[in-house]
Ligand binder design. Structure first.
Ligand SMILES: *Cc1c(COP(=O)(O)O)cnc(C)c1O
Length: 388
């Protein structure tokens, strides 16, 4: 019997077969014509996916954390004021990274499952001059979605750069980088972009590059320095090879395939698909009598959902029941609530069948846990939304 498992965690996700085929193709030289073409194409395609026609893409081997590190290393100088808008674990991480580069960090943290109000952000920006602020679009620890558009507008008004941690949102949640005026939007390959782990992906505005070019101190991180990577990105974009560090040839070939699929789907269609599947899943959880971590339904992400374990169950046992149904879900991440909830990723190539299978596995686990509910009510609720 095949041991097929459905991977429904917030990254890595299920990948498209053609993406995996590209990853498994023989590795070429990083100066081979076909690779130069793929790399150059990735850079052009990123601008379409990020909706940032004049942005500067960076494709570098690393994880999402490295993408955060790269943004911070290049845009922060010692004693710069940095405002971190935190909705959970990854906001805290951004604060740690910014401190490492000598920033004076102010954290505006939300209550668990909530967001920081625009009033509080405006107040902070009016009392002190901040070089930059960071926003976590979807904090993967809470499943809370922040609307970055009004925050980026406030940042612009106060001459502050805005950095969006889009690791759990790019190519899933609506982002219009240029229209919304966000200076850096960063992600990693293994989430909604749909490529196995290993690539840090950033698009940087011309304004942020100008700020970078006016630095007074050298970048305190050799590998992350834009000065080392900009010539590489520019060379490959003009279809020439260049070397700083060996590019992850296979991952970049796979990235091209995935970005082509994303652009072929169309960004608006893709945002809508994520919204519909997420809404079906959330409504199903609520119909089953389960509670979501976000304090309001309209703060819930479309790329993942965080759900409290049913009362009177042990989380690890509940998740193992789901695992027996061949669906892999993730446990909690937020230290204060870690054992109280689970997380379901529904991004990238996720389809209706995946989410139905996931809801069915959750219903089976609820039955096994003797949780009182009407069998099938989650599935029925989801199908009504998906078939609409
Ligand atoms: C996953 C994630 C990260 C970290 O990415 P890694 O690839 O694990 O380093 C950062 N921010 C958010 C919002 C994430 O979801």
């Amino acid at each position: 019997m095949k041991s097929r498992k459905l991977l429904m965690i917030p990254g890595p996700i299920e990948f498209e077969p053609k993406v995996l085929q590209a990853l498994g193709a023989p590795t070429t030289s990083h100066v081979a014509p076909n690779f130069i073409e793929s790399f150059g194409n990735c850079i052009a395609l990123m601008r379409k996916v990020w909706l940032a026609p004049t942005g500067q893409p960076f494709v570098v081997a690393g994880t999402g954390t490295f993408a955060m590190d790269m943004a911070a290393a290049n845009l922060i100088e010692p004693n710069d004021n940095v405002l971190v808008i935190s909705t959970g674990y990854f906001g805290e991480r951004f604060a740690e990274i910014a401190k490492r580069y000598g920033a004076n960090v102010t954290i505006l943290a939300s209550k668990v499952g909530d967001i920081v109000s625009l009033d509080d952000i405006e107040k902070a920006l009016s009392t002190k001059k901040y070089k930059l602020l960071t926003i976590t679009h979807v904090d993967t620890s809470t499943g809370v979605l922040v609307n970055p558009k009004p925050i980026a507008e406030l940042a612009k008004k106060h001459h502050t750069l805005s950095i969006l941690d889009g690791v759990c949102s790019v190519a899933g949640e609506e982002i219009r980088q240029e229209e919304w005026g966000i200076d850096v939007v960063l992600t990693a390959s293994q989430k909604a972009v749909g490529v196995p782990p290993g690539l840090a992906l950033l698009v940087v505005s011309q304004k942020a590059l100008e700020v970078f070019n006016n630095r007074k101190t050298p970048v305190g991180n050799y590998y992350a320095d834009f000065n080392n990577w900009l010539p590489i990105m520019k060379a490959y974009e003009s279809r020439q090879a260049s070397y700083f560090g060996t590019p992850p040839v296979n991952l970049i070939a796979a990235l091209e395939v995935s970005l082509l699929q994303i652009v072929a789907e169309g960004m608006d269609n893709r945002f809508l698909r994520h919204q519909k599947i997420a809404s079906a899943f959330r409504e199903a959880m609520m119909a089953l009598g389960l509670k979501l971590l976000p304090v309001h339904k309209n703060l819930s992400a479309n790329t993942l959902t965080a759900v409290y374990f049913p009362k009177n169950t042990t989380g690890s046992i509940f998740l193992s029941h789901i695992g027996k149904n061949d669906v892999i879900l993730a446990g909690g991440l937020l230290p204060s609530h870690k054992t109280k909830y689970f997380r379901v990723g529904h991004m990238g190539s996720v389809n209706n069948n995946d989410i139905i299978a996931t809801i069915a596995a959750i219903e089976s686990a609820l039955s096994a846990s003797k949780f009182p509910f009407e069998i099938g009510i989650g599935l029925k609720t989801a199908l009504k939304i998906l078939n609409d």
